[in-house]
Design a protein around this ligand. Sequence first.
Ligand code: NAG
Ligand code: NAG
Ligand code: NAG
Ligand code: NAG
Ligand code: NAG
Ligand code: NAG
Ligand code: ZN
Length: 398
Amino acid sequence: MTVLTKYLLLGALALSAVNAQDSSSSVDSTPTPSGDESASSPSTSPDTDAAATPVAGNGNASGFQFKETYPADSAKPSPKPEWMQIIANANITDAPVVKANGENGPQQQGDADPYCDWTFTTCTRDTDIVTCPKGQWGITYDDGPTDFSPKLYDYLKETNQKATFFMIGGQVVKYPDYAKRAFDEGHELAMHTWTHSYMTTLSTEQIVAELKWNELAIKEVTGYSPRFFRPPYGDIDDRVRSIAKALGFTPVIWNYDTDDWMVAETPGFQEQWIDGNATQWAAAAANTNEGGISLEHDLYEKTVDAAIRILPTLQKAYKVTTVGQCTGQQSYKEGTAPNNSTSAAPSASSSGVAANGSTQANGEQSKDQEGAASRSMDSRTAIGVAAFIGAVSSYLFI
Ligand SMILES: *[C@@H]1O[C@H](CO)[C@@H](O)[C@H](O)[C@H]1NC(C)=O
Ligand SMILES: *[C@@H]1O[C@H](CO)[C@@H](O)[C@H](O)[C@H]1NC(C)=O
Ligand SMILES: *[C@@H]1O[C@H](CO)[C@@H](O)[C@H](O)[C@H]1NC(C)=O
Ligand SMILES: *[C@@H]1O[C@H](CO)[C@@H](O)[C@H](O)[C@H]1NC(C)=O
Ligand SMILES: *[C@@H]1O[C@H](CO)[C@@H](O)[C@H](O)[C@H]1NC(C)=O
Ligand SMILES: *[C@@H]1O[C@H](CO)[C@@H](O)[C@H](O)[C@H]1NC(C)=O
Ligand SMILES: [Zn+2]
């Protein structure tokens, strides 16, 4: 089906889910209200399976004490002055802050896309990581850590699979033990900002704050500063790219979207569609010249369950890796994490990463039109249903 048809279908599904009194999740591809009363928040199990209900608070059983006083995640934070110094002499693209139409998210003015805005045209630059080389698949999970994350960690540990987790700063502060566990078990920790906002609609100061507070929380827990970040909803343009680059961060988008979040938020969305799509992607592996990076969420029990179900399917068709592994890029500014068994000491020259964390463009990460087509529904859906986050904006991240 066409992208537009798909958008309309998904939009209609989401529309049917409207319930202004419910809270919204912080999924990447689409902000939506939770029409389904069973999916209001990860702190209340959206599943009736009582045995699987996580015990709230396990994510801080150690009583981890952060040194920093972190901003509340209910308002867009300000940066520390020294963070602005880092970019003082950087070449920041002089593009306008994109206007948001109320809570509808970024609004394109006219048809032109001079600043390569993914939300508008699925435009990417060579410096964006969008996929893995042929035969490889970067497995990524966003919006955690949550009380459902340990179930996924357990499965990944049993099957000796490493993954990339794009973590929200406030969730790391809330659940430091989960973040630490993921790190200790060899997963790649990456950033998903502080407030899960549309980055193109933020000021330069706000973008710096979103990334650096997120980095700092992960650094406090693990001792390592992530290099990879995923803009919420994929919302990035050249201005955001230039700010992130000046701070030493590399954006990661995706070229396969499971739409997994809909299983918990959108009545009518069928769980087996996630499996159906994964099966199709795996079947097509031999006929495509690119690899994949998929978008999933350790946000709900049902998305974690789906992640566990489809992983073997993907593993049969692809070598499933972290983003850093498949791109040959270093996961952290400080180098390779201690539990990384795939390689020895980090090497700035071989990884394409300067010692200070700046990156070089990677020629293999070029944009792909087919990938762009399959990605485009995400942003369209985001715009189509973003109207509903207005009533629930204070619950954007849970
Ligand atoms: C984690 O536990 C410590 C010790 O009980 C407490 O001081 C801290 O506030 C807790 N953090 C959160 C986010 O609940
Ligand atoms: C700044 O970045 C822009 C866009 O990437 C580029 O065209 C321009 O040459 C750069 N300017 C300097 C001084 O590096
Ligand atoms: C990972 O490394 C940490 C030290 O950073 C260590 O405490 C932990 O036991 C290690 N975990 C595994 C599974 O090797
Ligand atoms: C893939 O997912 C979409 C919804 O995201 C659904 O409409 C479609 O039927 C799924 N495909 C399969 C083969 O299940
Ligand atoms: C291990 O280190 C290599 C080399 O730096 C990197 O490519 C890979 O992503 C790392 N693996 C994990 C799980 O962090
Ligand atoms: C980081 O290192 C690169 C390569 O050596 C250099 O071009 C760049 O100016 C450095 N950036 C900072 C902020 O020191
Ligand atoms: Zn997200």
